[in-house]
Design a protein around this ligand. Structure first.
Ligand code: ADP
Length: 198
């Protein structure tokens, strides 16, 4: 079975993914794939540099993510242009990896951690969607802590995404990650068992 794991920024996707992997799930991580498609030599990196300028590249030709982030997180249209370059490349590689995991582990659970699953309308690629949920104010709080970022910046990054309440409504399963890690762990285990997994 292939499921999509999503939520909002800092809503606990990586945490839930790690707990699922501990139980035996096979993880395909869209953030990891997203980093790999912009490695030097990849066509997506050339497209990004041609749109946003050579200034987003470091001297060694690698992507300066901070510089690019500084541009696109100030400008919604620029962010959309960046996404139009990256998302097809990421999606294709994700599909390839999921197929490979599925073939190797036909009775296993293949989990794709896809932060922008709903925003990029990928629901149909999965047999079900699991949302890791915390309320929006808590996303901003945990983001501030994790990135040592100011309150305003954290709130703006949360607001750039689809409202997490909306994602929760469309989910097939929800893990409420607003409590302790142990509470999250027991919900993940309950989900695992509900799917008849060993
Ligand atoms: P995402 O992958 O959705 O961005 P993370 O799993 O990285 O979210 O969680 C965001 C931040 O909140 C991380 O710093 C993580 O350590 C912390 N965190 C996650 N779950 C909990 C929890 N249940 N209680 C307290 N902190 C948590």
């Amino acid at each position: 079975m292939r499921i999509g794991l999503t939520g909002g920024i800092a809503s606990g996707k990586s945490t839930v993914a790690r707990l699922l992997v501990e139980l035996g799930a096979y993880l395909v991580d869209a953030d990891e794939v997203a980093r790999e498609v912009v490695l030097p030599g990849e066509p997506a990196l050339a497209a990004v540099a041609s749109r946003f300028g050579q200034a987003v590249l470091r001297e060694d030709g690698s992507l300066d993510r901070k510089k690019l982030g500084g541009i696109v997180f100030q400008d919604r249209a620029a962010l959309q242009e960046l996404e139009a370059i990256l998302h097809p490349a990421i999606r294709q590689e994700m599909q390839k990896r999921m197929r490979a995991e599925d073939e190797q582990h036909p009775n296993g659970l293949v989990v794709a951690d896809v932060p922008l699953l709903y925003e990029t309308k990928q629901e149909k690629l999965y047999e079900g969607i699991l949302v890791s949920y915390v309320p929006a104010y808590m996303q901003a709080e945990r983001l501030m802590q994790r990135e040592a970022m100011g309150h305003e910046e954290a709130e703006r990054r949360v607001a750039l995404q689809m409202d997490i309440e909306e994602k929760r409504k469309h989910a097939d399963w929800v893990i409420d990650n607003s409590g302790s890690l142990e509470e999250t762990r027991s919900q993940v285990l309950a989900f695992w068992k509900s799917q008849g997994l060993p």
